[in-house]
Design a protein. Structure first.
Length: 356
């Protein structure tokens, strides 16, 4: 295994820079962090690739020129694509026989480690909640079935149509409660994965939405056509995407105009939970609504958590559970005017190769 391959397996962003802060090498993690491909990274000053770095470039240049090491913890970085990151920066002199002084710069994402911890915690909490819900569901559904059956038998014995209205009401409410319990349980059948194009799944969601989408809301797509087919459960994934987009639609219903963007991209060297993937699908659903209340952000994917008076708080919880069943994750970043849900799914490279 060569050095380049080893470096591309690192979670840490690694670049080789000179005293002018021009990069001569960048690994895959650096591409992902900075949001720029390696061929654009090479031979460009680092200051042109980062909007804001909370450290004086003169300090970096001086350290490289004088072959000095440098460590800056928890510094803020703003990339060209508008992403904020908290990173630990380490500069190490590189001993090479060249005229130019070179150094290795490492950018370790502190916020990524925090997100991984939060993701693992959320997964554990959701699994515990699902276990509790499943046990409660069986305790509820058994007497509920008896209650419904008794109401049906009673209805047959009644001749008074006015009294039958009450048994009909009991049956309807029992069915409603059973439906709610089923939704709490999430997907009831094992995932049936088959290789399919994610854009076909998204299009089916759009076709459903267009039947009821308010006229003042614009739904746009921005796809990466090079994304390979994925082994997914089509019905479950359609449900997950639909739930997220419907959440965006509901956020825009009371506004005079609204915009929803569905965007697909790939990302390299992505960590989901504690697992590192060479390649992943990144599906973003972005709306320009009022944003999510800060007090809801940390519990957004929990069952029964909602910011709407008429909401049941199940849609995002179900979507998160489906993503987890596919080895993926859902993240949310929200501010007034920009709420972005990101569904990340690993792409199986062996599956991709078998299609070629």
């Amino acid at each position: 295994m060569d050095t380049n391959t080893l470096l591309n397996h690192l979670v840490t962003a690694v670049l080789v820079i000179d005293a002018d802060l021009q990069a001569s090498y960048a690994n895959a993690a650096a591409e992902q962090l900075l949001g720029v491909s390696s061929h654009k990274l090479i031979e460009q000053p680092l200051t042109d690739l980062i909007q804001t770095l909370a450290i004086d470039p003169k300090v970096l240049r001086s350290a490289v020129q004088e072959h000095q090491g440098l460590t800056v913890n928890t510094t803020q970085l703003l990339t060209l694509d508008g992403q904020h990151h908290t990173v630990d920066l380490t500069l190490v002199p590189l001993e090479v026989t060249t005229e130019k002084a070179l150094s290795i710069i490492e950018l370790r994402q502190v916020d990524q480690q925090r997100r991984i911890h939060q993701q693992l915690t959320l997964d554990a909490q959701q699994q515990a909640a699902q276990f509790l819900v499943r046990n409660l569901a069986h305790e509820i559904k058994n007497p509920l079935g008896g209650l419904r059956g008794a109401a049906q038998l009673l209805s047959r014995e009644l001749s008074d149509e006015h009294l039958k209205e009450f048994t009909t009401l009991i049956i309807e409410q029992a069915d409603r409660l059973r439906s709610l319990v089923d939704r709490l349980l999430g997907p009831q059948k094992p995932s049936q994965h088959k290789v399919i194009n994610i854009h076909m799944v998204i299009q089916k969601v759009i076709n459903l939405l267009n039947l009821t989408l308010p006229r003042h809301i614009q739904l746009r797509q921005d796809y990466d056509p090079s994304i390979p087919d994925l082994p997914i459960d089509e019905d479950q994934m359609q449900q997950a995407i639909l739930n997220i987009v419907q959440n965006a639609v509901q956020a825009l219903e009371q506004r005079r105009s609204g915009d929803i963007l569905i965007r697909t991209r790939t990302a390299h060297q992505v960590t989901i939970g504690a697992v590192r993937h060479k390649l992943a699908l990144v599906l973003s659903i972005i709306d320009d609504g009022p944003g999510i209340a800060p007090e809801l952000v940390d519990t957004l994917f929990y069952p029964m958590v909602t910011g709407r008076k008429d909401g049941n708080g199940l849609g995002l919880s179900i979507a998160h559970n489906i993503a987890r069943l596919h080895g993926g994750r859902i993240d949310c970043n929200s501010a007034p005017g920009h709420t972005e849900f990101t569904l990340t799914l690993p792409i199986n490279r062996e599956q991709e190769a078998s299609q070629g």
